[in-house]
Design a binder for this molecule. Structure first.
Ligand code: DOR
Ligand code: ZN
Length: 418
């Protein structure tokens, strides 16, 4: 089908474009971006959509999504996750490998890509594990060739320095991004202790109650990135101390990038009282001064990407003290960012869009994130005026674990074109 998006305010950070334009889509590709295209087209049959009340941006990208597929279809599947992503304005996501089983072999990467082709309504790129059960680095060359877009042991840190160093050497050699989950909970220590038979110095790093080991891993991974020449991406950064480390390393030319989630940007540790286990997440919600530092870092460019860390859990797994960690975010991220960061002037609309389009695309090396002639038409249409109330019961996601239930927001994706 041919489509003409008429008169929208087109915002495309890579070109600094911010003006009213038409976009012509032919055979799923962007054919033309210009004012008043319709007048020059006479006999072509096409569907015209008036988007003059909306902004039109490159399809949003989320580089941190947990889909629970394979293994826990009651929480999320590739299909339900892709529907939730589309509802939230995301045309492209990177799914995390901590599924059951974990995605730690080329064969498993190929299988998940097969399932994505079959069940997803959007573009999903799989990330693969860095290690096999914290004991060995995966076969990086083969796993990249199979189609993994990046490497992460998300959910756990890489405790052993030697494993992280080896992973970064391989990643440098085969040009693939490594993401670091820089946080250590008592639970992960136990799990890793059991698995990591020839562990070296993790015994000295038992976590405190505050889970404040983030900066320890951030420092170490920056040091190893420097040593190996590899790129390192810090997932869900959350503390002032680690932001200072990332900013310093960037100034020194280390290839380090980082992402922040809406929940770490908007909630602090008091949220646990208000929202119970729906505010239980790793890294945990931090102190108000960390939240404030994170907002500053978003504005000054230390934080490159806004990512949801969509982490679906069932009501049963969110019960009481033993509740699992995680917050879902695909359907709330855009509205939260627009309402609580763009409207109050903490970041500009252009910058917010850049952190959800061209920045993730560049860092994760994706064919997405900009509106170029000849490229697949991945486009998000946003109504900045739309007022709505978050209702988890209406989510396309199979899960409901959000602290943002009932929040009143302004701004929503009204169409997601893939
Ligand atoms: O809260 C979290 N949940 N943090 C993570 O890093 C992993 C995620 C999950 O998989 O549930
Ligand atoms: Zn994580």
């Amino acid at each position: 089908m041919n489509l003409l998006l008429k008169g929208g305010m087109v915002i495309d950070p890579i070109t600094n474009r911010d003006e009213k334009l038409d976009i012509l889509i032919e055979n799923s590709l962007i054919k033309k971006i210009a004012p008043n295209i319709a007048k020059t087209l006479q006999n072509v049959s096409l569907k015209i959509i008036d988007v003059s009340r909306y902004i039109v941006v490159p399809g949003l990208i989320d580089v941190h999504t947990h889909l629970r597929d394979p293994g826990e279809p009651e929480k999320e599947t590739i299909f339900s996750g892709s529907e939730a992503a589309a509802e939230g304005g995301f045309t492209t996501i990177v799914c995390q490998p901590n599924t059951i089983p974990k995605i730690d072999t080329p064969q498993k990467v190929k299988e998940i890509i097969k399932h994505i082709k079959k069940y997803s309504s959007i573009n999903i790129y799989p990330s693969a594990c860095i290690t096999k059960n914290h004991c060995d680095v995966v076969d990086v060359k083969a796993i990249k060739t199979a189609g993994a877009i990046s490497l992460t042991d998300d959910g756990d840190p890489i405790i052993r320095d030697d494993l992280m160093e080896e992973a970064l050497r391989q990643a440098k050699k085969y040009d693939i991004l490594v993401s670091s989950h820089s946080e250590l909970s008592p639970w992960s220590v136990e799990a890793i202790r059991k698995l990591s038979l020839h562990s070296t110095d993790w015994k000295n790093m038992l976590p405190t109650k505050d889970y404040n080991q983030e900066v320890f891993f951030v420092r170490r991974d920056i040091k190893l990135a420097k040593k190996t020449g590899a790129r390192i991406h810090i997932s869900h950064i959350s503390m002032e101390e680690s932001i200072i480390e990332v900013a310093r390393a960037k100034r020194e030319g280390v290839q380090v990038t980082c992402e922040a989630t809406p929940h770490h940007l908007l909630l602090d540790s008091t949220a646990r009282e208000l929202y119970g286990t729906n505010a239980k997440v790793n890294p945990p919600l931090r102190n108000p001064y960390d939240v404030s530092a994170l907002k500053d870092a978003l504005r000054d460019g230390t934080v490159d990407i806004i990512a949801s860390d969509h982490a679906p859990h069932s009501p049963k797994s969110k019960q009481w003290d033993k509740a699992s960690f995680g917050i879902i975010g695909l359907e709330t991220t855009l509205g939260l960012i627009l309402t609580h960061l763009v409207t109050p002037g903490i970041i500009t609309l252009q910058d917010a869009i850049a952190k959800m389009t061209i920045n993730p695309s560049r860092i994760f090396n994706l064919k997405a994130g900009k509106l170029s002639i000849g490229m697949p038409a991945n486009i998000t249409i946003i109504d900045l005026e739309k007022e709505w109330q978050v209702d988890v019961n209406k989510f396309k996601s199979k899960s409901r674990n959000s602290p943002f239930h009932n929040w009143k927001l302004r701004g929503k994706a009204v169409a997601t074109i893939v």
